[in-house]
Structure formats: C-alpha cells, structure tokens
Design a protein around this ligand. Sequence first.
Ligand code: NAP
Length: 283
Amino acid sequence: MTAQLINGKEISQQRLAKVAQAVEKRAADGLHTPCLAVILVGNDPASAVYVRNKKLACEKSGIKSLSYELPASTSQEELLGLVVELNENSKVDGILVQLPLPPHIDSQAILEHILPHKDVDGFHPYNVGRLAVKMPLMRPCTPKGVMTLLEAYGVDPKGKKAVIVGASNIVGRPQALELLLARATVTVCHSATQNLSEEVGAADILVVGVGIPNFVKGEWIKPGAVVIDVGINRLENGSLCGDVEFDAAKERAAMITPVPGGVGPMTIATLLENTLHAAELHD
Ligand code: NAP
C-alpha cells in the first residue's frame, strides 16, 4: 500500500483564499483591515525565513503586517515595552513574537504579556487553559492547522486512538488537547516514554513533533494509520526532512504529510485565520 499524500500546501492556499475573501468583505462592510504585528529578535536564519513567509502570506490575503526586527542584544525590558505598546495600539489586532528568543530573554514572561485576545499564536496560558476546558479562543497555530488538515481529508478523530510523539508547549501538548476535543483517545509520548515503538504502533492517527530527522521508523507504524509529521529538520545537504522515516512510512500508512509541504504551510494559514478572528473580536 502506498499512502495518499496529505497536501498541506493546497489546503493552506484554500484557507488563505477564504481569509482574503473575508478581509475583502470586511472592507466592503466598512470594517477595519486586520493587522498583525510581527516581532523578530536576533538573526536566526530559520526564524527570518518563517517571518518572511508570514509577512508574504499577510500580503497575499490583504492583512496588514507591521514588522519589528530587533537586534539580538535587545533587553527583556525593551521587548516587554514593545509588547505593551502593541497591546495598547488599537490598530493592532494580533501580536506574534517569533520564537526562539535569545537565551537572555525569558520567552514565557514575554508571551504572558501579550493580551490574550491579541495572542494569535495561542501560547498565552489563558488561551491554553481555555482550550483545556473546551472553550477555545485563540488556538495554537500548528495543532489547529493539523486539525484542519484532518478535516479536509475526511479523517474524524472521534473514537480513534491518537498518539502524539513530542510534548512541547507549541506542538505536542496543545495537539493532545485538540485531539481530545475532537473525541480521540489520546496518548502523549516524550523522552521518558518507555516502549515508544509499541505506543506508535497502536496509533490510528499519529502526530510527530520531536525535532530529530527520521526519528519514527516506518516499521513502527500501524498499517492504515494517518501520519502527520510536524518536524522540520534541515540536513547538511540543505534539504528538509521530517521526524518520520517518510519512504518506509508511506508504504504502511493510509495517509501521510510530506515535509516540506505538509504541516508547515498550515501553521501560516492558521496564523492568518487567528489574526482575522482577533480582528473580529476587536470590532
Ligand atoms: P521541542 O520543544 O524541542 O520539543 C520536542 C519534544 O520531543 C519534547 O516533548 C521532547 O520530550 C520530545 N522528545 C525528544 N526526544 C525524544 C525521544 N527520544 N523520544 C520521545 N520524545 C522525544 O520541539 P518543538 O518546538 O515542539 O518542535 C518539534 C519539531 O517540530 C521540530 O522539528 C520543529 O522544527 C517542528 N515544528 C514545526 C512546525 C510547523 O509549522 N510544521 C511548528 C513548530 C515546530 P521531553 O518533553 O521529554 O523533553
């Protein structure tokens, strides 16, 4: 069996087109143009690429973007000052602080200063808590993007066994909450998990976000599983690969996301959906 490819690029373009339509309709109705403020601190090349792609997607969908590119030497107080200023700016709907931040900055403290209704990344504990109690407001972009992909391909998690490998605040943990909300039976694996291959082998839906190239072996995967690879790893030859051994996994899975072109574009599309949602909350 060769798995069906889950085309995140195509689904993300459809979602961005819907955002663009909604932005146009807002203008026709005399409502303000949604505005996203993007803060980049330092010169991490991967972060610079992510920020550029986010700004390009804003342009394509008619969302205004404001860019703040700060030197790596920026202090915690300076960055907090900018966040507070953007919180108070009524023209700004969403605030995104690109992670990772330089090591001298306490990322969590910065994220907790973003007003929850402008927290378009969905990382504020208030938004994580709302997701946990089944009352989501701003949903973390990558896990929500994964749910959009599953829905687009007719995969209903209800009653399925979902296994997540990775338990970070931005991928694994909120993914577990999203899948629980969708009525899956959820297992979350991390670096202390025993018998990982057995856990993975039980998954009807497998989501992997670990950050280690080809970490999940194709032979671990249950035949017919849906495999979502969140990992983005740059190899020495410059190419990108995921956390799942793609060539072997596609021979066992029913559906699988490629890297690139799977989850990555969905994260950006969801960010813009969240920015539109933030603008609606401000109306
Ligand atoms: P992270 O913060 O480093 O978290 C990695 C997680 O993997 C942790 O929970 C860790 O467990 C777990 N882990 C590490 N080694 C393991 C092992 N041997 N067995 C089982 N679990 C293990 O990474 P992240 O920020 O979540 O990112 C993960 C990957 O997703 C990266 O490749 C990143 O580039 C990618 N990513 C992609 C997108 C996208 O839009 N597609 C968005 C975000 C991230 P512990 O909790 O025990 O430490």
